[in-house]
Ligand binder design. Structure first.
Ligand SMILES: [Zn+2]
Length: 81
């Protein structure tokens, strides 16, 4: 497979998601994410409403999101699945 930076893989878009983030650790603007799809580390920003983190894999463009809410994980680092 040829890897072209910046080219979004349509099959991957919207395919990824991550779990909820506990509000206690959701105070920061960025959430660290390990993208298992491409084995790369990236950061995704918190949205304007402060309700979730949303971003994309830097290599394949797969979308990831992490809701902020009660019962979420207190981990500060995520892996996509
Ligand atoms: Zn990827």
């Amino acid at each position: 497979m040829v890897d072209i930076p910046g080219l979004v893989n349509p099959a991957a878009v919207g395919a990824q998601s991550v779990r909820a983030v506990d509000p206690a650790v959701a105070g920061r603007r960025w959430l660290g994410v390990w993208f298992t799809c491409c084995n790369v580390y990236g950061r995704i920003p918190r949205n304007a409403e402060g309700t979730m983190y949303v971003g994309f894999c830097p290599r394949c463009g797969a979308r990831v999101q992490a809701l902020i809410g009660e019962g979420g994980t207190s981990r500060r680092f995520f892996r996509t699945e």
